[in-house]
Design a protein around this ligand. Structure first.
Ligand code: CMC
Length: 428
C-alpha cells in the first residue's frame, strides 16, 4: 500500500497521506483537502468516514472480530466481571486485585440516588418509557453535582465516572418500580453489580428475595458484550456532544437518547415485539421474511444486519450460546426462541439476506435471555445502556485526552434555494 494517494482536481495535485492503524486498517487523511482544493468530502451516514483514531476497541466486520483494549470479547465474556471490563475500557488495562478493589469501593460509595432525585419519578407518567426516564435523570445529575462538572479537571471527571457507573442501575431499577407502582429498593453494597441490580428490580420490602446465580451470570455476560463497539451511533453522539466541552452527564444523556432508536439499541425491544407479532400471526415466519424483502413494505427484520459486520456478529454467537444454556437449565420452552431460530434459518439461506450479508446481530437473541430473567420488554434498551456506559465514558475520556481534539462540526453541501428577494407578508 503506498504512503499516500494522489488527488487531481483542476490545477491542483494533492498528496493525501495514508494513515495505518495497529491492525493494518488504512485511511486517507483528508484534513488538508478543503484548504488546498476548496472541496469537502460527502459521505452520508458516514459509511466511509473515520471520525477519529482510537485505541479502545478493535472490530473487523469481515472476520467477525471484536476486542476491547486487545482482549477478545469471547475471553472477556467468559472470564470477567462487568466492573473489571469497565475498568479495562476506561483505564486501558485489566486491573490487578488492588486496583479492582479500589475501583469497586469507589463505585459502592455512590450507588444511592440523592433523595431529591427520587422526586423526579413522581412527576413522570407511570407509562413513561424507561429510556426517557434514564436520559432525563442522567441529565439531571449535572444539577446535583455542579461542583464537579469540569471536563478539564481529572478529579471532577473521576468522580463523575464513579457516580455514573454506580447510579445507572439504581436509576434504571427505579424506573421499573415506578412503572409497576412498587416501592423503590435501595442498593445493597455487599452485592455485586449485577446482583444489586436484580435485587433493586425484583425484590419487595415485605418478602425475602433470592438472587438466582444463573441470572447473574447471564446478565454479567450481556453487559460485557454490550460494553463497547467503537464509533457506533450513540458513542459518536457522546463524542460529538462532549467535543463542545459539555459535561460528562450531559454527554452520556445524549448517548442514551441516540441508543433508544430502533435501528440502534432500541432494536432489542423491537425484536421481541416482532417475534411476538409473528407468533400471534400463527408463527408464519416465511410471511415476515417476504415482507422484509419487499421494499414497498418498509418492514425490516429487526435484529438482522449491521453496518460493520458482514460475516457474523461475534456478540450474537456468544449470546445465542448463552441463551441455549440458560433456557435449557431453566427448562424453559420459549416459543419466541423457536420463532427466532426459524427466522434465522430461513433468512440465512435466502438469497436476499445472503447477498446483502445480513446476519443476526447482538439484539437478535438478547431479548430472549432478558425475558427468561424476567426483565420487562421496555427495559431491554435500558440494559443495553447500562452495558454501553463504560464504552461511552472511555471514548469521552479518550477524546478529551487527545491532542487533536476539536469541536465536531461537519460541513454540508447546500441544496436549497439561491438568494431570493424578500416579500412582505401582505404580498405573499
Ligand atoms: N431487514 C431487511 N433488509 C435489510 C435489513 C433488515 N434488517 N437490514 C438491511 N437491509 C437491506 C437494506 O434494505 C439494503 O438493501 P438494498 O441494498 O436493496 O437497498 C441493504 O440491506 C443494506 O442496508 P442499509 O440500510 O444500507 O445498511 P446500514 O448499514 O445503513 O444499516 C442497520 C445497518 C443495522 C441499521 C440495518 O441493517 C437495520 O436496519 N437492521 C435492523 C435494525 C437492527 O437490528 N439494528 C441493530 C443493529 S446492531 C446493534 C446496534 O448497533 O445497536
Amino acid at each position: 500500500m503506498p504512503e499516500s494517494a494522489k488527488l487531481n482536481c483542476g490545477d491542483v495535485e494533492l498528496d493525501l497521506p495514508v494513515i495505518e492503524g495497529t491492525e493494518n486498517e488504512k485511511a486517507l487523511d483528508v484534513s488538508q483537502l478543503r484548504r488546498e482544493t476548496g472541496l469537502i468530502t460527502l459521505d452520508e451516514g458516514y459509511v466511509n468516514t473515520g471520525s477519529t483514531r482510537s485505541a479502545i476497541t478493535f472490530l473487523n466486520g469481515e472476520q467477525g472480530i471484536l476486542r476491547y483494549r486487545g482482549y477478545a470479547i469471547e475471553d472477556l465474556a467468559q472470564n470477567c466481571d462487568f466492573v473489571e471490563v469497565c475498568y479495562l475500557l476506561i483505564y486501558g488495562d485489566l486491573p490487578n486485585g488492588e486496583q479492582l478493589a479500589e475501583f469497586r469501593s469507589a463505585i459502592h460509595s455512590h450507588t444511592m440516588l440523592h433523595e431529591d432525585m427520587r422526586m423526579f419519578y413522581d412527576g413522570f407518567p407511570r407509562d413513561a418509557h424507561p429510556m426517557a426516564i434514564l436520559s432525563s435523570v442522567v441529565s439531571a445529575m449535572s444539577t446535583f453535582y455542579q461542583d464537579a462538572l469540569d471536563p478539564a479537571n481529572p478529579e471532577h471527571v473521576e468522580i463523575c465516572i464513579h457516580r455514573l457507573i454506580a447510579k445507572l442501575p439504581t436509576i434504571a431499577a427505579y424506573s421499573y418500580k415506578k412503572s409497576i407502582g412498587q416501592p423503590f429498593i435501595y442498593p445493597e453494597n455487599d452485592l455485586t453489580y449485577c446482583e444489586n441490580f436484580l435485587r433493586m428490580m425484583f425484590a419487595v420490602p415485605c418478602e425475602p428475595y433470592e438472587i438466582d446465580p444463573d441470572f447473574v451470570t447471564a446478565l454479567n455476560m450481556l453487559l460485557i458484550v454490550h460494553a463497547d463497539h467503537e464509533q457506533n451511533c450513540s458513542t459518536s453522539t457522546v463524542r460529538m456532544v462532549g467535543s463542545s466541552n459539555a459535561n460528562l452527564f450531559a454527554s452520556i444523556a445524549a448517548g442514551v437518547c441516540a441508543l433508544w432508536g430502533p435501528l440502534h439499541g432500541g432494536a432489542n425491544e423491537a425484536v421481541v415485539n416482532m417475534l411476538t407479532q409473528i407468533m400471534e400471526d400463527d408463527g408464519d415466519v416465511e410471511k415476515y421474511v417476504a415482507m422484509a424483502k419487499d421494499k414497498e413494505h418498509g418492514f425490516r427484520l429487526m435484529g438482522f444486519g449491521h453496518r460493520v459486520y458482514k460475516n457474523f456478529d461475534p456478540r450474537a454467537r456468544i449470546i445465542k450460546a448463552a441463551c441455549d444454556r440458560l433456557l435449557d437449565k431453566m427448562n424453559i420452552d420459549d416459543p419466541l426462541f423457536h420463532i427466532a431460530q426459524q427466522l434465522e434459518e430461513v433468512a440465512l439461506r435466502d438469497e436476499y439476506f445472503v447477498s446483502r450479508k445480513l446476519y443476526p446481530n447482538v439484539d437478535f437473541y438478547s431479548g430472549v435471555i432478558y425475558r427468561a430473567i424476567g426483565i420487562p420488554v421496555p427495559m431491554f434498551t435500558v440494559l443495553f445502556a447500562m452495558g454501553r456506559l463504560p464504552g461511552w465514558i472511555a471514548h469521552w475520556k479518550e477524546m478529551h485526552a487527545s491532542k487533536n481534539k476539536r469541536i465536531c462540526r461537519p460541513r454540508q453541501v447546500y441544496t436549497g434555494e439561491n438568494i431570493r428577494e424578500f416579500v412582505e407578508l401582505s404580498d405573499r
